[in-house]
Design a protein. Structure first.
Lengths: 248, 245
């Protein structure tokens, strides 16, 4: 037998053994569809589950079209509530909150030091599309600050907050609006410009069990643990804010 | 969904802008592909040995690369923080998030489809014909323009059609390298992706349009090969290792 062929067979055997071995011990992990901003928080909080991170609006569409999710965690109540009204998910609950920031590359090519600088300077600004939760929150901030005119400086409407973060961290864009929690993992590549508290939108993350799930008991237990002090502490560690009082 | 609704969904501003952006960027990309690709294919077709193998491999790479890798490659090469970023910047050009970025992405992924077919088309030309032209005193430029181009035109047309069809559907490299903004960088594929959550009917209508256009392009390749049969240069992935006689 030729050496490359033998090597190939060895590799295939090894990988199939590895996959059966890893499939054995864990008993049915949950499939959790979660907003892209939860990527770092959820994957470090519970490594045993399977995640699909994307824009909440894209996840909503996927679940509506029959995606095999057990749990849906959205960055805005709109997406969970629409699915709840359609009878696709059980009653959603609020589980965390967040704030918006403006990020710029470390080199700060457009020389931005406040959100108001966006108005004065030629800037390549990247935001999320208006159907994406963070895109909606971004427009709320700009409205509250009387800066809706800077939307004319937007050079790309991204499909989720991680795409915005990536374009700024790479230095392709001069600035982008993201959640405070998204700036942390790329803190060596970006600088954060704070947005005043009075201009912050009410960011509310909701979570719900998908009604069709065949694993509802485990899904409910997972959400309960996320709402417990253990889960809340993990979210706070990742930079998320406590559940807003009004929606407790 | 009735056909009338599909057509009216194509009248939405997102769809119309995407059609315009796609037409502009793909037309420019085709000019680049034909302009640089034709002489390059002619050069490759007349070479043998290791240099040729290396060049052909480089040309074919975008064909097998995942679009995401193409996007990363373009960012690393032409991105503002990329290898040529400073050079491009010094020329006073900022290609980030402009139509130029879309054109680069389309050219990168679509050019191998033209080049491969064009090389095969030039190689399929009976080598005694250019040789005869040379003995009659024609220079290399004249041999290329008056003998090789007319004889290979069937294959070149087919290659151009395939490259155009591939360029129309370009997605991955564009969204990573050029971003997505309606009326500027949002091509038809990117519009489908955005409208999928916003207005499914528009996404469906644009998809139907792309299917129709692609079918017309592929069918025209078949018809062209029928008309030009005899030139024998139209096998898409013909082995390009014919030895010169």
């Amino acid at each position: 037998m030729s050496r490359p062929l033998a090597l190939l067979i060895a590799l295939v055997t090894a990988s199939s053994l590895a996959s059966t071995a890893s499939a054995q011990p864990q008993q049915r992990s949950l499939t959790i569809y979660a907003a892209a901003s939860l990527t770092e928080a959820f994957s470090s909080y519970d490594k045993a589950q399977r995640y699909n991170f994307a824009g909440s609006n894209a996840l909503e569409t996927q679940i509506r079209n029959g995606a095999p999710a057990d749990v849906f965690a959205s960055a805005a109540p709109l997406n969970t509530q629409r699915l709840y009204r359609a009878g696709i998910v059980d009653k959603p609950v609020t589980f965390t909150s967040n704030r918006l920031v403006l990020i710029v590359p470390r080199s700060n090519p457009a020389d931005l030091h406040s959100v108001y600088d966006l108005r004065r300077k030629p800037v390549k600004l990247v935001v999320a599309g208006s159907a994406v939760p963070v895109g909606g929150y971004t427009r709320t901030v700009l409205r509250k600050m009387g800066l809706t005119s800077v939307l004319s400086k937007v050079v790309s409407q991204e499909s989720d907050v991680k795409a915005v973060t990536g374009k700024v961290a790479l230095g392709q864009a001069d600035a982008g609006f993201v959640y405070g929690t998204d700036a942390r993992p790329v803190s060596s590549q970006v600088s954060v410009i704070r947005i005043p508290a009075w201009a912050q939108p009410r960011v509310r993350y909701e979570i719900a069990v998908v009604s069709r799930s065949s694993n509802k008991a485990a899904a409910r237990a997972w959400i309960k643990r996320l709402l417990s002090p253990i889960g809340q502490k993990a979210l706070r560690r990742a930079g998320f804010l406590p559940i807003p009082r009004a929606s407790r | 969904m009735p056909l009338g609704d599909l057509i009216s969904a194509l009248g939405s501003s997102a769809a119309l802008d995407a059609i315009r952006v796609t037409a502009e960027t793909n037309a420019l990309a085709m000019v680049l592909i034909l302009g640089f690709g034709t002489p390059a294919a002619y050069w490759i077709a007349r070479r043998r040995g290791a240099v040729r193998d290396v060049v052909v491999t480089l040309v074919e790479l975008p064909l097998v690369l995942p679009p995401a890798v193409a996007g990363i490659g373009l960012l690393v090469a032409f991105g503002r923080a990329g290898l040529l970023g400073d050079t491009v910047d010094a020329l006073g050009i900022d290609i980030a998030f402009t139509k130029v970025a879309v054109v680069l992405a389309v050219t990168f992924v679509a050019s191998p489809f033209y080049l491969r077919t064009a090389v095969a088309a030039f190689e399929a030309v009976d080598p005694t014909l250019p040789a005869a032209a040379r003995t009659l005193g024609a220079g290399e430029g004249r041999v290329f323009l008056r003998v090789m181009l007319p004889l290979a035109k069937g294959g070149l047309g087919a290659g151009a059609a395939l490259a155009f069809a591939r360029g129309l559907g370009e997605f991955g490299a564009t969204i990573m390298f050029a971003g997505s903004l309606q009326g500027v960088t949002q091509t038809l594929s990117l519009a489908i992706y955005e409208q999928f959550d916003l207005d499914f009917d528009v996404a469906l209508a644009i998809s139907a349009l792309l299917i129709a256009v692609s079918a017309v392009v592929l069918l025209s390749v078949k018809l062209m090969s029928r008309w030009h049969s005899g030139s024998g240069s139209l096998t898409l992935f013909a082995a390009s290792s014919r030895q010169p006689t």
